[in-house]
Design a binder for this molecule. Structure first.
Ligand code: ATP
Ligand code: MG
Length: 198
């Protein structure tokens, strides 16, 4: 058998496998997606899905925890879309605030806004950017937060990003991806740049 014929045979088989997989995945539901790991691309992946959702005319809510900067490209771009509600809910990184009591108060205020989104059928997609830190530092009660996520509207999608996603969070999730840190320019002395990091 020639190379071309072998390729065709392999592709016929592959198509059968793919088609049968697609046929089996026939349900829809609101998903919980968790994007974790030490590599770059968790938040930007979430914002990629924001773009997809908006392209379909869906309504999106974004809650950015931890970070306080409001000059990011993603906010400037998506924030002006009438179908997006964008909240920057952080006070800065934990090593900047250095104040656990303040971090807890900020986190609770932020979560109240996120929770309203999780209780409303107005949002088709809710992004909880950097939420894992609030759970890992116990600024928020993890059980309660997971309960609020779990009891959201049935067709609402939620994306949680941040390093070190807990087992409790990943167990609840439908899709979990871990981005590995193979290399990062920052480590060779390159500072955060517009269009790439902010
Ligand atoms: P991004 O927002 O670029 O998708 P991320 O959400 O995966 O990154 P964060 O930990 O939230 O990762 O990153 C915050 C900032 O730190 C971003 O500017 C990002 O480019 C940078 N960063 C991400 N991963 C690394 C890394 N492994 N080493 C150094 N800097 C990183
Ligand atoms: Mg991020």
């Amino acid at each position: 058998m020639g190379k071309n014929e072998r390729h065709k045979k392999r592709m016929v088989h592959k198509k059968e496998v793919v088609d049968s997989g697609i046929a089996k995945a026939n349900r829809t539901k609101g998903l919980l997606l968790v994007l974790t790991g030490n590599g770059k691309g968790k938040s930007t992946s979430a914002f990629g899905m924001v773009g997809r959702a908006l392209g379909h005319g869906m309504k999106v809510g974004v809650c950015q925890f931890i970070k306080s900067r409001t000059d990011t490209g993603e906010e400037a771009f998506f924030g002006r879309d009438p179908n997006v509600e964008w909240h920057v809910l952080g006070d800065g990184f934990t090593w900047d605030t250095q104040d656990r009591t303040q971090d807890i108060a900020t986190s609770k205020k932020g979560w109240a806004i996120a929770r309203k989104m999780l209780q409303s059928t107005d949002y088709d997609l809710v992004v909880l950017d950097e939420l894992t830190y609030l759970l890992n530092y116990q600024y928020l009660d993890s059980e309660q937060v997971l309960q609020h996520i779990q009891s959201r509207p049935a067709m609402q999608h939620v994306i949680v990003t941040g390093r070190g996603a807990s087992d409790a969070l990943t167990s609840l999730a439908d899709t979990v991806a871990e981005i590995a840190d193979i290399k990062h320019a920052y480590k060779s002395g390159i500072k955060a740049q517009k269009g790439v990091d902010l």
